[in-house]
Design a protein around this ligand. Structure first.
Ligand code: GTP
Ligand code: MG
Length: 361
């Protein structure tokens, strides 16, 4: 099976349609040589919209699209005929897509609700035909307006998956196995590092009305901030989570042990984003069913307790301790009901937005 590629950043240009020109045609009727103006208006150019679609999970479909254009309006014609408006283009993107103006870096749209639709390039207005310019003094104006050009700009799209809880851990500690045990997500699980190459989301249902979204991301290792392993670019997918689940375990590598791993993870997170490093967290020792893990638990627990960290333990294989970890996550979520806002650029207010809603016809 070929793995579906995960594309989370795309740059493209959007070009709205131009407005059609107004017509300067005169009425020509058999017995009325100067029948007056009869030029209709040009049609409005189509706009380019982006819409959040919950069925999509990557920006892959847009990867090779350099330009997205909407149709131009038709020109107005004689006999009072108005030009037809250009069709809009609606580009579907996954929920969690943030759209930046590529030139200024400004965040111009944040698609976080299913079905949310934003206009990113507005179609040009159609020019008025000469039928609008007749006055008692000038009964046969040959004047008509040109259509206005449609908006265009370069955009950078960035997908940040929206999850409540993000799992952070070294490769192979069992992050994907954990999400498999608690949700319907079925990421690949294997006994080698970097099995997970793209983030996975799972919905954890706890009773009829309680659920939260968990994100499993690729493993983080020492130096991730400098690009080691898969680097830390996937951390942006947990930037807007409310709570982190740190998973540590005993690793065959003698250089590594849970406390050292925890400190390394913390350091790498801090280098990526202070706010993420300060996020509330639950720390759990995974693979509790393994004898060496169970043996190490009491000592580790004391060691972490002396640093003010409460250590939980679980096994995704036997489900022992899993419910307690989920309870702890839920308790933290309840304490932090609001999602953090993106750190780079503040959300634009309506007045900041260069393009308002599309004009009514
Ligand atoms: N005994 C035991 N093995 C586990 C448990 N959880 C995971 N494993 C094993 O540990 C290995 C790694 O599991 P994954 O879930 O792929 O680990 P990961 O953290 O997602 O790894 P990366 O995606 O590479 O970062 C697999 O061989 C799993 O079968 C557990 O609770 N008990
Ligand atoms: Mg994995």
């Amino acid at each position: 099976m070929t793995a579906m590629r995960f594309v989370d950043e795309v740059t493209l240009e959007v070009v709205a349609g131009d407005g059609g020109d107004g017509s300067a045609a005169m009425r020509r009727e058999k017995y009325r040589p100067l029948g007056g103006p009869a030029g209709g208006d040009g049609g409005r150019g189509g706009s380019v919209f982006f819409e959040a679609d919950e069925r999509l999970t990557t920006l892959m479909d847009l990867e090779y699209r350099r330009v997205i254009r909407a149709e131009s309006g038709e020109h107005g014609r004689g006999r009072d005929q108005y030009g037809k408006g250009g069709d809009d283009q609606v580009v579907r993107v996954p929920i969690g897509t943030q759209i930046y103006d590529a030139a200024s870096g400004e965040l111009v749209a944040d698609l976080e609700r299913p079905g949310q639709r934003e206009c990113l390039a507005k179609g040009g207005r159609g020019g008025r035909g000469n039928i609008h310019f007749a006055t008692p003094q000038e009964r046969a104006p040959s004047r008509a307006e040109s259509g206005r050009p449609g908006g265009r700009r370069m955009l950078r799209l960035e997908l940040k998956l929206l999850a409540d809880v993000g799992i952070v851990g070294f490769p192979n500690v069992g992050k994907s196995t954990f999400i498999t045990a608690v949700s319907k997500a079925r990421p690949k699980v294997a006994d080698y590092p970097f099995t997970t190459l793209r983030p996975n989301l799972g919905v954890v249902s706890r009773g009829e009305f309680r659920s939260f979204v968990l994100a499993d991301i690729p493993g983080i290792i020492e130096g991730a901030a400098d690009g080691a392993g898969l680097g830390h670019r996937f951390l942006k997918h947990i930037e807007r989570t409310r709570v982190l689940l740190f998973l540590v375990s005993m690793d065959p590598d003698p250089e590594r042990e849970p406390l050292g791993d925890l400190l390394t993870l913390e350091r790498e997170l801090e280098r990526f984003d202070q706010a993420l490093a300060a996020r509330p967290r639950v720390v759990a020792l995974s693979k509790l069913d393994l004898p060496e893990v169970r043996e190490a638990l009491p000592g580790l627990r004391d060691e972490l307790a002396s640093r003010g960290i409460e250590l939980r333990a679980c096994s995704a294989a036997t489900t022992e301790g899993i419910a307690e970890v989920l309870d702890a996550l839920e308790a933290e979520l309840a304490k932090h009901p609001l999602a953090p806002t993106p750190r780079r650029v503040p959300l634009p207010t309506a007045a900041d937005r260069p393009h308002g809603p599309p004009e009514a016809d």
